[in-house]
Design a protein around this ligand. Structure first.
Ligand code: CDP
Ligand code: CDP
Length: 222
């Protein structure tokens, strides 16, 4: 619809994209789209079907049956495949460990980019925040508000290990860096593209980071 504010946020794992975007959307009365959830849900679906994750043709063929559903109301967030609620399952380390292997397949990316654009254009709120790795550059390069949310590697690892139980801090750090390294080969989310505003959250607490995003959106969209 017209006059809506589209907000694009990218950044590496643990920079605060999901939690900050969702909270900012809530404050602004916007919708919130977690694009990483779609890559994770597809990885879950492919594993469920017993498809070889490196068999690109088989993964691409599976897209025809991939019935993905996401809740974009920040107060009613859900992720479903068919009628299965996969929100918890897609965060498991077994998914994080393999998701980059399907995210590097270009037909998979092309398919999901269209899906994200469709969700953005069907939102009925005054705005929508979408976060991921290639939202500012590929999905919504024309968005009026584009943000690269960063934080030092140390801060990102510390935040993630605080969330994950059952893995040592070293393990979490090792897995996160290797996922970022693999993902970086496909899209650059470590450097701000032209016109993209960097928000470095290393020395900001959670609330200050939300306010930095909300402030930028309000200043830009008036
Ligand atoms: O939240 P976290 O940073 O752990 O990752 P995520 O946003 O849930 O994304 C999971 C994975 O999906 C990433 O590691 C990328 O492989 C892929 N992804 C992507 O390729 N492009 C996006 N726009 C979003 C996620
Ligand atoms: O989505 P992404 O991987 O970028 O990060 P996230 O899962 O939203 O954030 C990782 C953790 O960092 C969450 O528990 C946030 O509450 C926390 N965080 C923080 O402690 N300080 C910030 N300034 C931003 C996020």
């Amino acid at each position: 619809a017209q006059g809506r504010t589209v907000v694009a946020i990218d950044g590496p794992a643990g920079s605060g994209k999901s939690s900050v975007s969702r909270a900012a959307a809530r404050q602004l009365g916007f919708d919130y789209q977690d694009s990483g959830a779609a890559y994770r849900a597809l990885a879950w679906f492919v594993l469920e079907r017993g498809i070889d994750l490196d068999d690109e043709a088989a993964v691409v063929a599976a897209l025809a049956d991939f019935d993905y559903g996401i809740g974009i109301d920040p107060d009613a967030y859900f992720v479903r495949v068919g009628d299965v609620d996969v929100e918890a399952a897609i965060r498991e380390p077994r998914i994080s460990a393999v998701v980059s292997r399907i995210a590097r397949m270009l037909p998979v990316r092309a398919y999901l980019v269209e899906l994200f654009r469709h969700v953005i254009s069907s939102s009925e709120r005054p705005g929508i925040i979408t976060e991921g790795r290639d939202i500012t550059t590929v999905v919504s390069p024309d968005a009026p508000v584009r943000i690269l949310l960063t934080a030092s590697e140390e801060a990102r690892m510390a935040r993630r290990s605080a969330e994950i139980s059952g893995q040592s801090a070293q393990e979490v750090a090792k897995h996160l860096s290797s996922r970022d390294a693999q993902d970086s080969r496909v899209v650059d989310f470590m450097n701000a593209a032209d016109g993209v505003t960097t928000i470095d959250s290393t020395d900001l607490d959670f609330d200050q980071t939300i306010q930095a995003v909300v402030g930028l959106v309000r200043r830009t969209s008036g």
